[in-house]
Design a protein around this ligand. Structure first.
Ligand code: COA
Length: 379
């Protein structure tokens, strides 16, 4: 066993989960027992989170109570605002500010590492949008907007970014996004959260570690560049020329290809439909037209470029289009991903606690042995 190294743990199962299931060959994603296509456009984000935490949908009364509980946990104190003001003043990227904010969020609150685990989970889920929006307001040289308890999770996030209540189409578009990416098997950030909890550490620490993991460009960073690409293509009006130029230069097209899916990412279809509804109701239909034709051209040219590899549209392509449409600033795309995924992180952390075994793999030693000590002055 120790002779075999599984770099990147590809294909190694280290946990059982009831939270989500991915069939990369068939292009299927099941979240809490529901196909993503059914859950994402119908659920409130709070319903998706309840589903993950309790393995069933809430009834109407439970949903009201759960919403009210999360809404009551949205506030951050002056100490956290100070951290975020400083992060904004020093031009720290949004994910760094979020990491600092999550780590500090329980100052002045009694739902931190000492609270029971589900309370810690609810607090983390409730507070992430406030941290991101508070940082963003400071970045804009504006005062933070206090959360509103009467707005749903997604609508309240958009409201805190701008100070204006969003329209139904934008709130629903964002909510569909939050539901689509709330959980996705044992991805790197979720694994980090499980590792932290496996040491019997607390869920606030797990959320902080997970934010740090999501920050890396191999995990959560593609939608920003995908949006830039689409804007460039829209301005040039020459999608085919753009794709050929990139592929001839050996560059990758953002928003295409996936480590697990060998088909179109099922979340792409959900987000495409959500973007279509949004752009149809309220958006720049010309830009959306460019996006659609660019996708077809890119998939065809990628097939020509790599005939033995299926390079299809991944989740980030329509994420970029939808988040831009509902006016989430490009700089906040990855933090908005975290605002959703924290639901999955916390559900995995609780699941890990239910049947815990310390996660402690081994490494193969390839260094020297048998060295003998010489004092520093004699080296
Ligand atoms: N555009 C152009 N070529 C691509 C490509 C893309 N988006 N994705 C993969 N390829 C090519 C690679 O260059 C590689 O070619 P090579 O064999 O000549 O080196 C081949 O396809 C296989 O790539 P590989 O890196 O093994 O695929 P992977 O499964 O490990 O990578 C991604 C998956 C997501 C990292 C990769 O597809 C990618 O970089 N996509 C663009 C970034 C992106 O959209 N990320 C968000 C993912 S949700």
């Amino acid at each position: 066993m120790e002779d075999q190294i599984s770099r990147g743990l590809e294909g190694v199962a280290v946990a059982e989960t009831r939270l989500s299931y991915i069939d990369g060959d068939a292009g299927e994603l099941v979240i809490g027992g529901f196909p993503v296509e059914e859950l994402a456009p119908n659920a409130a984000y709070e319903e998706s989170v309840f589903l993950l935490l309790h393995d069933r949908l809430p009834d109407a009364e439970e949903l009201d109570a759960f919403r009210a509980d999360l809404a009551a946990r949205r506030g951050v104190g002056g100490e956290v605002q100070q951290v975020l003001r400083q992060a904004a003043a020093e031009d720290e990227p949004a994910m760094d500010a979020l990491r600092m904010g999550v780590a500090a969020a329980n100052l002045g609150h009694d739902d931190g590492g000492d609270a029971d685990p589900e309370t810690q989970a609810r607090r983390a889920i409730a507070v992430l949008p406030t941290i991101v929006a508070t940082y963003w307001r400071y970045r804009q040289g504006k005062d933070p907007v206090e959360p509103r308890e009467d707005l749903r999770h997604a609508a309240n996030y958009l409201y805190m970014l701008t100070g204006e209540e969003p329209g139904d189409a934008a709130a629903r578009g964002l909510e569909t996004y939050l539901n689509s990416v709330v959980d996705h098997g044992l991805n790197a950030s979720t694994f980090s959260a499980r590792v932290v909890v496996s040491t019997e550490s607390d869920l606030v620490s797990a959320a902080t570690a997970a934010v740090g993991t999501l920050k890396g460009p191999l995990h959560g960073g593609a939608p920003g560049p995908a949006l830039e690409m689409l804007r460039e293509v829209h301005a040039s009006d020459d999608p085919e020329g753009y794709v050929r130029e990139k592929l001839d230069a050996g560059e990758r097209l953002m928003g295409f290809g996936h480590r697990v899916y060998r088909t179109r990412d099922p979340r792409a279809a959900v987000l495409e439909a959500a973007a279509e509804r949004f752009y149809g109701a309220d958006g720049d239909t010309e830009f959306f037209g460019t996006v659609r034709s660019f996708e077809d051209i890119a998939v065809d040219l990628l097939a020509e470029h790599k005939p033995d590899r299926t390079l299809e549209t991944n989740v980030e392509f329509y994420t970029a289009v939808l988040l831009d449409g509902v006016d989430v600033p490009r700089e906040l795309f990855t933090t908005t991903f975290a605002i959703s995924r924290v639901g999955g992180w916390m559900a995995h952390a609780l699941e890990q606690r239910e049947d815990n075994r310390l996660i402690r793999p081994v490494s193969r030693y390839v260094g020297d042995t048998g060295r003998s000590w010489t004092p520093a002055a004699e080296r």
